[in-house]
Design a protein around this ligand. Structure first.
Ligand code: C5P
Length: 224
């Protein structure tokens, strides 16, 4: 099975409070996007396409390996993935879509997603259980309902897809009025069942400054 990895790296990083796009922010001296590319390759992905913000295209090209394809992303994550999917080679069986914001994803997670695709799944996501009590609140911030926890899962990336099915699902997806926060929801909107494999806490998404500090503490040699 030939797999292409798409790294969504065109976000701004406003919530991280960085002056750079989030994917260029360094972790252990290397931009987050480089860690994400390495994770995909170490887990068995063959080629990688990275969607980047238009103004920083040159800066991304300068830090990424020469054999990584760089494309300009869009205003939403969905638009960025759509652009990368259009640029990816057609002669691949599988597409793994990964967030640049998940730099320390263990290769095992990537390998589990690839294995599920090889076993016949058309859509696969890594998931983790929800450990906190989870509730619905109303517009005034008052708890309106409890949510039973056992069936809930947190969804991570990389998310793996049969390429033809993903291209078709994106072609059918409604326009920007409907916001998708990941690619599995684009598949589900097209009626495709989404399977799950075990995720990993180390694949946590870096959103705010605290997340970056937590990731730094996971690096080899980090002691405090
Ligand atoms: O904003 P959030 O952290 O949810 O973004 C998840 C991933 O999607 C990030 O790696 C970000 O760079 C990417 N993204 C993108 N294009 C956008 C917005 C986000 O590629 N327009």
């Amino acid at each position: 099975m030939h797999a292409v990895g798409i790294v969504a790296a065109a976000g701004s990083g406003l919530r991280l409070g960085a002056e750079l796009p989030k994917a260029l922010v360094p972790l252990g001296g290397r931009p987050l996007v480089c860690w994400a590319v390495d994770a995909l390759r170490a887990g068995g992905v063959d080629d990688v396409v990275v969607a980047v913000p238009d103004p920083q295209q040159a800066a991304f090209t300068a830090v990424l390996p020469a054999d990584v394809q760089v494309v300009v992303g869009g205003d939403t994550r969905t638009a960025s993935v759509r652009a990368a999917l259009a640029a990816a080679r057609e002669q691949v069986d599988a597409v793994l879509v990964h967030d640049a914001a998940r730099p320390l994803t263990p290769p095992d997670v990537v390998a589990r997603v690839l294995a599920a695709l090889a076993a016949g799944a058309r859509a696969v996501v890594p998931v983790l259980p929800v450990v906190d009590t989870t509730v619905v609140v109303d517009d005034d911030g008052v708890v309106a309902a409890d949510v039973p926890r056992p069936p809930l899962r947190r969804v991570q990336t990389p998310q793996g897809f049969d390429r033809t099915t993903l291209v078709r699902a994106y072609a059918q997806a409604p326009g920007p009025a409907v916001e998708f926060t990941d690619d599995a929801s684009v598949m589900r909107a097209a009626g495709i069942p989404v399977h799950t494999v075990a995720g990993d806490e180390r694949a946590a998404k870096i959103t705010v400054a605290h997340d970056l500090r937590m990731a730094e503490l996971q690096l080899p040699g980090e002691r405090n």
